[in-house]
Ligand binder design. Sequence first.
Ligand code: GRF
Length: 193
Amino acid sequence: MKKRIAIFASGSGSNAQKIMEHFKKSNEAEVALILTNNPYAYVLQRADNFEVPSHIFDKKEFYETNKILALLNNLNIDLVVLAGFLWLVPLNLLKAYPNKIINIHPSLLPKYGGKGMYGERVHEAVLANKETESGITIHFVNENFDDGEIIHQSKFRVDKGDDLEMMKFKVQQLEHTHFPKVIEGLLKKMKSI
Ligand code: GRF
């Protein structure tokens, strides 16, 4: 049976798109569900385009019920992927999916991570500190922001003239190249829950 992936995303979902594209051709795994807390997120359109079902939830449902857990269980989800999802994951999910929830972060953690460090703020801080390199981190998720065990990092060079747009571009190139492959590698190593 194919391994089944659920993706949480709150915004555009370009990473979700690359993951759906990657696994559309796969005999090993498939994206079974997209989840979002944002009813206006473009990721919902992308899910529709790939005919992947989606679910919209609010804070109360996420933190005060077991509905999301039941949904993931019912769909036999093997791996949960956070791709541009900003809320901490509640304990009921962390306990049910140990080392089976991963996140992507647009910096070389532990640098430029933690609460409030997301999106453009990360790149602005990297530029302000005149870093000569930055990159991406894919890591397991725990109860803290950007804190779990690191699975993969890729770097790029920050050149003198690089501005915010260039940083976003360089990060996105790396994310789109590596995230689907890292997910595939993890699934290969993983037994079904
Ligand atoms: C990515 O940069 C990711 O590292 C961060 O959120 C962004 C999501 O972008 N966690 P997109 O919605 O996949 O385009």
